[in-house]
Design a protein around this ligand. Structure first.
Ligand code: C2E
Ligand code: MG
Ligand code: MG
Ligand code: MG
Length: 292
């Protein structure tokens, strides 16, 4: 009896392992096809200026609408592409789509705010992303101030000299660079000292367990103050409750991103006449980064 149960258990476990393996394999072998067949869709998540609650920029988040597997989320396929050194190709495709959609917004008179795109360390190590993205900006005739690069904290830890030089390269082209996922891994004060980021985004994990007067609040208060002393602005992601929003606004966090305000959505949904984005961004006069 026991042996039988164990056998079933191991059988199920093995089946699960195979399925993970099959999906991973699918992602690697179908990447090119997914780009060619327009299966990659860009969702945009609004970043809100805390004091006005107006949209000041959008973050581009990739979705893979696979014929075979349904929608695959970036949390699954990005780490796989990174490991296979395929993420640079993918992210350049995302940048290209974003630039096309910026041109489209311009054409139909939709308000223009900057769009941030996520780059992985593997991108920076496999291709000259500064040159590649510079070329795409020229090709699509988009001003560099409309594009922002997000680089995760873990990239700074893993290859500090690479990240530092890439930041300089983007700055030379007039493109701003934000640190993503701050407080998620091995954040160190040195990182703030040594990297010339235009803005720091707190990881949503940093917000977990947040309550007024608690440890997380004390750390937030101190960290935001310190970052402000460097004349850098902050954005908190993962804001889900009104309370979190009010607390962080009180601490001086300039920008917010989270399901409390809106969910990530494709560009076509921004076209709707009553979209928050249209209402909010018509009156937009300033965006988020300290330096412009
Ligand atoms: P990220 O860059 O830190 O993006 C924020 C993630 O948090 C997004 O998940 C967003 O939907 C989610 N989020 C924002 N606010 C809330 C909230 O209030 N509650 C909850 N539960 N979640 C919230 P998403 O779209 O699944 O992306 C996950 C990660 O995948 C991103 O984290 C980013 O690291 C990576 N990623 C997404 N698109 C791309 C891409 O085109 N290229 C690269 N290299 N990475 C990407
Ligand atoms: Mg990001
Ligand atoms: Mg983030
Ligand atoms: Mg994050």
């Amino acid at each position: 009896e026991i042996h039988k149960t164990a056998g079933v258990f191991i059988g199920e476990f093995r089946e699960e392992m195979y399925e993970i393996y099959r999906r991973k394999n699918y992602i690697i072998t179908h990447l090119e096809e997914s780009i060619r067949d327009h299966e990659i869709e860009i969702y945009y998540h609004s970043i809100i200026r805390s004091v006005t609650e107006k949209v000041c920029s959008l973050e581009a988040l990739a979705r893979w609408n696979s014929k075979e597997k349904g929608t695959i989320m970036p949390g699954e396929f990005i780490p796989i592409l990174e490991k296979e050194h395929l993420s640079a190709i993918f992210d350049l495709h995302v940048v290209e789509q974003v630039l096309k959609e910026i041109r489209l917004r311009e054409t139909i008179g939709l308000a223009l705010v900057p769009v941030s795109v996520n780059l992985s360390l593997s991108d920076l190590e496999t291709l000259d992303m500064v040159a590649e993205i510079g070329n795409l900006l020229e090709k699509y005739k988009v001003e560099p101030k409309y594009l922002i690069i997000e680089i995760p904290e873990r990239a700074c830890v893993a290859n500090p000299s690479k990240v530092a030089s890439v930041i300089d390269g983007f700055h030379a082209k007039g493109i701003r660079v934000w640190m993503d996922d701050f407080g998620n891994g091995a954040s160190s004060l040195n990182m703030l000292k040594n990297f010339d980021f235009d803005l720091i985004k707190f990881d949503k994990g940093f917000l977990k367990g947040y309550d007024a007067g608690g440890r997380a609040e004390a750390i937030f208060r101190y960290t935001i103050m310190m970052i402000h002393n460097l004349h850098i602005h902050t954005v908190a992601e993962g804001i889900e409750t009104r309370d979190q929003y009010l607390q962080l606004r009180l601490l001086g966090c300039e920008g917010m991103q989270g399901f409390l305000f809106t969910r990530p959505k494709p560009l076509r949904e921004f076209f709707e006449a009553d979209s928050d984005f249209i209402k909010n961004s018509r009156t937009l006069t300033e965006d988020m980064s300290s330096r412009q």
